[in-house]
Design a protein around this ligand. Structure first.
Ligand SMILES: [Zn+2]
Length: 676
């Protein structure tokens, strides 16, 4: 039975979360700490679990995603999302204005609004009586896909409007992924050996179009709203500016902002084409300061009644145009094609280029990814190619100028043997990468040591790639831990090694002995174990030894560790190499710093507990946290090793199983007494 108090409580929590969310993601002015936000969100989720009938379509709990769907429903847009005509020069902008004058029957003063053209994907969001009811992709402009559940996970999109609007309000915006998040995602994808996104737009599109909205929720997507379709709605509660519908595009943007939407603050109202031109020029110079990728500026006529007058061509509005910045491309010559061998033996073909200035940096190498891409481009040594830099990622070869090919070089084939150690090359099933099979391949050994020293791993900043190469060639190191046995003298005897850099290197090696466990796990360079997974493991496992002893079953039980990762870990620790590493770790005195959690001694210390059902005063997570803080283990399922089952209401199968095994069952009160 749902009480009035419960309903009120839920209502209250939602209001708080909506307000905090808006303050954080739209106004960029947080009102509370993340921890407070999380705690209130957890409280709401627990209540909704208990009373599923009270879940509403605007509940902030939908931000974390919902059950996956098997297809996206098609959505026919009420008003089509037109594409824009492009201008690539200021002359073309002037011609556009001329065309406007012709339609309007003469020259006149026109205000324009300039907005960043963001490299993302367009969506249409429908609000019915202030409530978000539909989120759809642009698709072909007429028909898109219903991605409402995914849209709801984007935190800068209001689920309910700040002010009351009756009827239907449709808004359009550009969903994008900030450059930093894009780079982070690609790093994670690389660690997991999953698909790398070519640019932020692909990443945004791939993330939004996930059948499982929980994946979307974990991708850092954002949005700028740039238009409203106002003709089917009535503004019920007056806005600060007015309670009538907007008459200019600029006014429309301000009203959208008041309703709770995130609009782009860089947008500018210009009073003539010269101001537009200045805006374009200024941002061309400054575009790298923006946290997201743009490829131009969208220019719109400000007066909405002129929109009516100007209308549309067959495919685009006459009142708007996209001014495109020249792409960051340059032509240069491929001097040679070589093949890098990575830490796990993966071969990556690379074009070595005649140095060329591109987007403010000198580019000497461009990735060719794999044989398929080389074949598609048909790139050969000696070719003149176009290289492009998108965002901050590694430059790519996008095109070969075949007209300028005056050599008779053959097509490039990836080597059939490792270019470094001449061992066999293998392609694993379901994988595009070719790998050198020799674990002792000098390239692999050195890359492993590089990885160990990298900033996110053991952060040994005095030891770089070239020093590692020198040490390796002089047979002073053969694995990362050898670094810790180096003497000052060993380094000083190396060529071109100053006393000071030798001291620096030794100091930074020694200083890295007590990094945290997550860094140590990551430093081992186990396949599929990236930074995030290493952090997850370190929160459940107390030492490298414990990790090396963990069975497949134990690992899979950890939420977030799938069979592929678990198998990779078990395989890794079954090798002689890993066993030697662990032995040497001790000798070298490498001991991870234990994150200090105040552990309290109590009756449950050292025991294994499982929590099930709904507890009254604690969430499941809080209960498990409490268990860990008392030096006990919180397991996710019942086994013969379980000491206690903490049982709330609606316990399910765990209670049956516990009884079967004769495991003592604690009520919430009994449990709380034990940990007091
Ligand atoms: Zn090799």
């Amino acid at each position: 039975m749902v009480t009035k108090e419960t309903k009120q409580k839920i209502e209250e929590l939602r209001k708080k979360l909506h307000r905090w969310n808006h303050a954080y993601y739209v106004l960029d002015n947080p009102e509370v700490d993340d921890a407070v936000y999380d705690a209130v969100m957890r409280e709401l989720i627990e209540l909704e679990k208990k009373y599923p009938e009270l879940v509403t379509p605007d509940s902030p709990s939908l931000r974390i995603g919902t059950e996956p769907v098997s297809i996206f429903k098609k959505v026919t847009h009420k008003t089509p999302l037109y594409s824009l005509d492009n201008a690539v020069s200021f002359e073309e902008l002037e011609e556009w204005e001329e065309r406007i004058f012709r339609v309007l029957g003469g020259k006149q003063d026109i205000d324009y609004v300039c907005e960043m053209k963001i490299d993302g994907l367009a969506v249409a969001l429908t609000y019915k009586d202030s409530l978000l009811t539909l989120g759809a992709t642009r698709g072909d402009g007429d028909v898109g896909e219903d991605v409402t559940n995914n849209i709801k996970t984007i935190k800068s999109i209001p689920l309910i409007l700040n002010k009351s609007v009756n009827g239907l309000l449709e808004v359009r915006g550009e969903v994008f992924m900030p450059i930093k998040s894009f780079e982070k995602l690609n790093n994670e994808q690389k660690e997991k050996e999953e698909k790398i996104f070519a640019n932020p737009r692909n990443a945004a599109s791939g993330s939004l179009r996930q059948y499982d909205s929980r994946i979307t929720a974990n991708r850092d997507l954002d949005i700028f709203i740039y238009a409203g379709v106002w003709d089917a709605c009535v503004i019920a509660s007056p806005l600060a500016r007015n309670d009538r519908l907007p008459t200019t595009h600029w006014e429309s943007l301000q009203m959208l902002y008041e309703l709770g939407f995130k609009i782009n603050k860089t947008s500018k109202l210009c009073h003539n084409l010269k101001e537009v031109r200045d805006f374009c020029n200024v941002w061309y110079e400054k575009k790298r300061e923006l946290p997201y990728a743009i490829d131009g500026v969208v220019i719109k006529v400000n007066n909405l009644s002129l929109h009516e007058e100007l209308g549309f061509t067959a495919k685009s509005p006459r009142w708007a145009i996209a001014y495109k910045y020249p792409p960051e491309e340059a032509k240069t010559k491929v001097l040679s094609i070589s093949c890098d061998v990575g830490r796990t033996g993966a071969l990556t073909p690379v074009a070595n280029l005649e140095p060329v200035l591109l987007a403010g940096t000198v580019v000497k190498r461009a990735s060719l990814h794999n044989q398929d891409i080389i074949d598609k481009l048909d790139v050969r040594e000696g070719d003149i190619v176009t290289v492009r830099k998108a965002g901050e990622i590694i430059p790519e070869v996008v095109e070969v100028d075949k007209e300028k090919r005056h050599h008779k070089k053959e097509k490039y084939k990836l080597p059939s043997k490792c270019p470094v150690c001449h061992s066999r090359i293998e392609r694993e099933e379901d994988e595009s990468a070719l790998r050198c099979v020799n674990f002792n391949c000098p390239a692999q050994v050195q890359r492993r040591i590089d990885h160990w020293c990298s900033r996110d791993a053991m952060d040994v900043d005095g030891v770089g790639e070239s020093l590692i190469e020198q040490l390796f060639k002089n047979k002073l190191i053969n694995d990362p831990i050898d670094l810790y046995f180096l003497k000052q003298k060993d380094l000083e005897e190396l060529e071109r090694m100053a006393e000071k850099s030798a001291t620096n290197a030794i100091t930074s090696i020694q200083n890295s002995k007590n990094r945290t466990l997550d860094r140590l796990i990551y430093a081992f360079g186990i396949r599929h174990v990236g930074k995030t997974i290493a952090e997850l493991l370190s929160s459940r496992i107390h030492s490298i030894e414990e990790l090396s002893d963990a069975s497949l079953d134990e690992l899979i039980k950890i939420d977030g560790i799938g069979p592929k990762i678990a198998k990779s870990i078990v395989d890794y620790f079954s090798t002689t190499y890993s066993k030697q590493m662990i032995e040497k770790l001790k000798k070298a005195g490498i001991k991870p710093e234990v994150k200090k959690i105040k552990r309290k001694e109590s009756e449950i210390s050292g025991k294994t507990l499982v929590v099930t059902g709904i507890l009254e005063s604690l969430t499941r997570n809080e209960a498990e946290e409490l268990i860990k803080n008392h030096g006990a283990r919180a397991a996710s399922s019942i086994s013969r090793n379980t000491d206690y089952l903490v049982c709330g209401s609606d316990p399910g199968s765990k209670l049956t199983k516990a009884k079967e095994f004769g495991i003592p069952v604690l009520t919430e009160q009994e449990f709380l007494k034990l940990v007091k």
